[in-house]
Write a protein that binds this ligand. Structure first.
Ligand SMILES: Cc1cc2nc3c(=O)[nH]c(=O)nc-3n(C[C@H](O)[C@H](O)[C@H](O)COP(=O)(O)OP(=O)(O)OC[C@H]3O[C@@H](n4cnc5c(N)ncnc54)[C@H](O)[C@@H]3O)c2cc1C
Length: 475
């Protein structure tokens, strides 16, 4: 075996038999058992055609050791909701599914900590924590399928990141199996640990390229007794940011989410869902979906009325709806969360996920609108995102994929100068296989070289998810 990558040949039957001996025959799926299953967000996720599902950390370690010995690389998979091709696999590889390792091993309401296996979905953890009036402090629309291991591996963000941080800030400890089959156990359940290099952070956001995350200690937060949601139509990004500032200063409760929906996106989503409100015309430049959490629905409703009055004082043209029932609250959130409407309208619409410092958003959005229209007059983005932390999602009004030249022109508009503005070309989705060229084009060269050294040190043989995050090293 040489360093960098393993040879892509068919996985021999003898290797499959050895895998069956480790995890049990029923837990090695091939052929139709794989092709008939849902591949998840990327149709190429099941390209390898072999799914191995260990039931314990020791089995994960044995599978990895076997893969090294048999010169087969592996692709870890959680819920397969990743959006950048991190779970894509191809012939000659095996898929290591964490689906069977989905238990909540400990949920301690006094410590406000959960210890979960990597294949536990976010929704399962949310439901278990809610029984103790707690929550994981992170939430994503893909909560029903996304796993804690996948979220750790992509350093997921979501709607509460402005308040509670991203996945990196939710993890107190973790267990991971390294590429040599050894197990690193660092399951501390405390916030403070200053005991040398904090290596768990290497695996957070590594997208399975340095090891397999098998167990995670997740910090929990108090779950508010009540939530309330309002949608405000506002004249500008700066009005939306001012609204967030006012909402952060609420007297009853606390701000849980502030999601921006620019006009083109909310019009599309509203029309797809047949949503309309007589007092809420969709002609405002930007809408802000705001969620508050607190002790009682009535107090939050009253707080929203007070907040809306303050907004109107500053921006008389603003409009607003305060949800007066759970049904209405769900309807408002559907407008934000069912982003699939874009892909139903423009299949495989090219999509991007950038972070921009709040003070730069107005100028950045003006820059990309101008730049895209210079490529083609009617080329325009659907824009929405987690405005409170500066994370913008951008999907183009085009069916994908774009031609290479157009894709480069679009990326030049979106990414050139973004790092200098203090932002990032990948806010929360990761690099995967789809954004490696963007990482190479925009990252600091010393950082890239250090990343390559870390990969070589921990996985010199290229067993762990090769060709993701960093380019495949050719022999
Ligand atoms: C509708 C929708 C909405 C979304 N919204 C958000 C959002 O708001 N915020 C956000 O951050 N993301 C969002 N995502 C993206 C996605 O849900 C996240 O990236 C999530 O963290 C992926 O989790 P998963 O279990 O599906 O991982 P997968 O897609 O299975 O894997 C993702 C990556 O992690 C690796 N991996 C998976 N499990 C492990 C493991 N145990 N050990 C090592 N490596 C592993 C895989 O190899 C791959 O590289 C959204 C996706 C969809 C479809």
């Amino acid at each position: 075996m040489t360093s960098g990558s393993l040879v892509a040949e068919l996985v021999p039957e003898a290797t499959l038999d050895a895998l069956r001996a480790i995890v049990g025959s029923a837990n090695v799926r091939t052929g139709e058992a794989v092709t008939s299953a849902d591949p998840g967000w990327n149709p190429d996720n099941f390209g390898a055609g072999i799914v191995v599902a260990p039931g314990s950390t020791e089995q994960v370690a044995a599978v990895i050791q076997l893969c090294r010995d048999h010169q087969v690389s592996l692709v870890p998979q959680g819920g397969r909701t990743g959006l950048v091709g991190g779970s894509v696999s191809s012939q000659g590889q095996i898929i290591l599914s964490l689906a069977r390792m989905n238990a909540i091993e400990r949920l301690d309401p006094v410590e406000r900590v959960a210890v979960v296996q990597a294949g536990c979905t976010l929704e399962t953890l949310q439901a278990a924590a809610a029984e103790h009036r707690l929550e994981p402090g992170i939430d994503l629309p893909s909560r029903g399928s996304a796993t804690i291991g996948g979220m750790v591996s992509t350093n997921a963000g979501g709607i509460m990141a402005f308040r509670n941080g991203v996945m990196r800030h939710r993890v107190l400890g973790l267990e991971a199996v390294l590429a040599d089959g050894s197990i690193m156990t660092d399951l501390t359940r405390v916030v403070k640990t200053s005991a040398g290099y904090d290596l768990k952070h290497l695996f957070i956001g590594a997208e399975g390229t340095l090891g397999i995350v098998t167990r995670v200690v997740v910090k929990l937060e108090p779950l508010p007794k009540a939530t309330a949601t309002a949608l405000f139509g506002l004249p500008s990004v700066s009005a939306a940011l001012e609204t967030i500032r006012l909402a952060l200063d609420t007297e009853a409760g606390h701000l849980r989410a502030a999601e921006a929906l620019w006009q083109s996106y909310i019009k599309l989503a509203a029309s797809a869902h047949g949503w309309s409100e007589p007092d809420f015309p969709l002609d405002q430049p930007i809408c802000l979906l705001v969620s508050l959490g607190g002790a009682s629905e009535q107090a939050l409703y009253d707080e929203f009325e007070r907040l809306f009055a303050e907004i109107l004082d500053r921006f008389p043209e603003a409009t607003g709806i305060i949800a007066s029932s759970k049904q209405q609250e769900i309807g408002l959130w559907r407008l934000r969360e069912d982003t699939d409407v874009i892909y139903r309208t423009h299949p495989a619409s090219p999509s991007y996920d950038v972070s921009v410092p709040l003070s730069e958003i107005d100028a950045y959005v003006a820059h990309i609108l101008r730049g895209l229209s210079e490529i083609e007059l009617d080329l325009a983005p659907y824009l929405f995102g987690h405005l409170a932390d500066g994370n913008l999602h951008i999907a183009l009004n085009r069916t994908g994929p774009l031609s290479d030249s157009m894709a480069s022109a679009v990326e030049a508009v979106l990414y050139n100068g973004l790092r200098e503005r203090g932002g990032s070309f990948s806010a929360e989705h990761g690099v995967g296989s789809k954004r490696i060229h963007s990482l190479m084009a925009t990252a600091d060269s010393t950082k890239l070289s250090a990343m390559a050294q870390v990969k070589a040190a921990l996985d010199g043989q290229g067993v762990m998810n090769p060709g993701k995050v960093l380019p495949l090293k050719r022999r």
